[in-house]
Design a protein around this ligand. Structure first.
Ligand code: AMP
Ligand code: FE
Ligand code: FE
Ligand code: ZN
Length: 283
């Protein structure tokens, strides 16, 4: 008898951060792609959580409240995903509000720098592109630059203005990896090192795992087949969980979409089991 393959996607962005799909559209795409469990992992916010919990029943797709935090190691940005984070955790809420406030201030600074470069651009123009200025990011600003023909593409906007080292780059609030891991732990979530190949510091994985990092994102659109198998091996070696997903942002990042990278369901089941064994529930 043929086994029915089931899939999950544990890395998706929505309009609550810099994705272009609404929470409901994410569920629709997941259903069309035959995905049985999803996590929404917006940057610095769990605002998709309540709606996701309602839609979970309507669509019959399991929903995990997630977040993607930005940390820093040496000079490099490191993304840490929190899965099953509890939005009620007071400290977690306060820290997310802090990061969000800093995002709005940073967007203003970036626009100011763009104006210094001679671009006719106003902070207020971002209101049309960003659902909530507290979740503003460089992808929103890149979209505005393309819309106003100051850049040919999103990539071009980053290369010309927004990437590290470019004239309108402004840092955001950043944590150390262990602070990000600790924050997710306090919110009773599972911490996952996102797209580890982009960081390229594999030698640090053992250290961070000892500090409490729970898992690795082995399945990601920026990983080659060799990367994926290497991260599966590393996770196995250090007894870490495995996660993965599309990192779909909708129209802002055309090279990926929901369904492009699917996490085999057995890994999702391990994440869930880990959570149930530790917290009694996985919600
Ligand atoms: P932020 O959190 O505001 O720094 O914005 C990060 C977003 O910009 C993420 O969605 C990144 O994937 C995206 N991003 C970062 N660097 C680039 C780049 N060089 N080209 C295109 N997108 C990028
Ligand atoms: Fe993003
Ligand atoms: Fe990321
Ligand atoms: Zn992401």
């Amino acid at each position: 008898m043929a086994t029915i393959e089931k899939w999950a996607d544990m890395h998706i962005h929505t309009t609550k951060s810099d994705g272009s799909n609404t929470v409901e559209q994410v569920f629709e795409h997941a259903r069309n792609e035959g995905i049985s469990a999803i996590a929404i992992t917006d940057h610095d916010t769990v605002a998709a959580g309540p709606e996701g919990k309602v839609l979970e029943k309507k669509f019959g797709i399991e929903f995990v409240t997630g977040v993607e935090l930005s940390a820093v190691y040496e000079t490099k940005e490191v993304h840490i995903i929190g899965l099953y984070v509890n939005p009620e955790s007071k400290n977690f809420q306060e820290r997310l509000s802090y990061f969000q406030k800093r995002r709005a201030e940073r967007a203003e600074k970036i626009v100011k720098k763009l104006r210094e470069q001679g671009l006719k651009i106003q902070y207020e123009e971002l209101y049309e592109i960003t659902e909530n200025m507290n979740n503003a990011g460089r992808l929103h600003i890149a979209k505005l630059l393309v819309k106003k023909s100051f850049a040919l593409s999103i990539k071009d906007a980053f290369n010309k203005f927004l990437a590290e080292g470019r004239p309108a780059y402004v840092e955001k609030a950043k944590l150390t990896v262990s602070e990000a891991v600790e924050l997710i732990k306090e919110a009773k979530g599972i911490s996952i090192l996102a797209h580890p190949v982009l960081l390229d510091k594999d030698e640090m994985i053992e250290v961070w795992s000892k500090e409490g990092l729970n898992g690795l994102e082995a399945f990601h659109p920026d990983h080659s087949y060799e990367d994926m198998s290497r991260y599966l091996d590393i996770a196995n070696k250090f007894d870490m969980l495995v996660s993965g997903g599309s990192d779909c942002h909708g129209s802002g990042k055309d090279h990926t979409r929901i369904g492009k990278i699917k996490l085999p369901y057995q890994y999702y089941e391990r994440l869930k089991k880990f959570q149930v064994e530790r917290n009694g529930v996985a919600i």
